[in-house]
Ligand binder design. Structure first.
Ligand code: HEC
Length: 243
């Protein structure tokens, strides 16, 4: 088999074009993950866990309540009462009866000036005018939905499968010791499978987040490494004379 330095100029050009464009695409994809999955602290284990598992100890309502109560100008002495009422209501299954007796009056007194149906349309915030409205923001955050995982899986597995195949095929012509070469070629495929399985398992239980982290670290980055090494060998190694 001809190796990378011995390829014709035309072959080198088509591989180089692919490596530049798709390599850039993979870097952009990594940046996209960093921005969408990463939290305020960047791509931490906690941010990745929350992306797939959610933050099940708290709902949107509980998370923003302290800020909103200050926003509403509630005296600091009254705030713990509302926090306790909301926590109690959510912990006890968000019943309609308890909503009517203890939640609705507090919201009416403090929140409706900005969260009525009419004001919400103007302020682009969720309305809190009915039981169903309030229950919606009281849902615990359970992370990425099953349908998003399937859609993302479809895109990732097919696109990356093809990209890893082409990158691996080019790299198979590199001058490289066999065993490490085999490992580098198969690694992105294995890593992507671990990553994909990790999404579903992490959605059930955060202990599986390591699968997403390892899978993510060894899929696209290894394919990028293969492309980079191929590019260098193609253009900078001396061709061996044909025999
Ligand atoms: C002065 C107007 C104002 C008052 C009063 C107010 N809010 Fe808000 N609220 C907003 C605005 C504006 C947003 C959207 C932007 C944001 O999240 O800061 C919002 C967002 C929210 C959200 C959605 C947050 C998210 O991330 O999806 C919830 C839940 C909420 N408020 C609850 C409350 C509760 C409960 C009260 C009463 C204690 C309250 N708000 C009082 C203006 C107000």
């Amino acid at each position: 088999m001809r190796q990378l330095p011995e390829l014709s100029i035309a072959e080198k050009l088509v591989h180089t074009g692919f490596i530049f464009l798709v390599g850039l695409g993979l870097l952009v994809a990594e940046a996209y993950v960093y921005v969408t999955v990463g939290g305020k602290q960047g791509l931490t284990v906690q941010a990745v866990t929350e992306h797939y598992y959610g933050n099940r100890s708290s709902s949107t309502l509980q998370t923003v309540l302290p800020r909103m109560m200050s926003f509403a100008g509630m005296p600091a002495s009254e705030q713990p009462k509302m926090t306790a009422a909301v926590n109690h209501w959510i912990a006890n299954g968000e019943s309609k009866a308890e909503y009517e007796s203890s939640i609705k009056p507090l919201i009416a007194a403090n929140c409706l000036k900005c969260h009525s149906v009419a004001m919400s349309a103007q302020l682009h915030n969720p309305p809190l005018a009915s039981y169903d409205d309030v229950r919606k923001v009281a849902q615990v955050d359970t992370g990425m939905s099953l349908s998003s995982m399937l859609l993302n899986g479809m895109v990732h597995l097919t696109m990356l499968g093809v990209i890893f195949w082409i990158a691996g095929w080019i790299f198979s012509k590199a001058r490289f010791p066999s065993l490490p070469k085999y490992v580098l070629i198969i690694l992105p495929f294995i890593a992507m499978s671990i990553d994909f399985a990790g999404w579903f398992l992490t959605h059930q239980n955060p202990i599986f987040v390591w699968m997403v982290l390892i899978g993510g670290a060894l899929s696209c980055p290894v394919a990028l490494l293969e492309m980079f090494l191929s590019l260098i060998q193609m253009w900078f190694l001396k061709a061996r004379p044909a025999v």
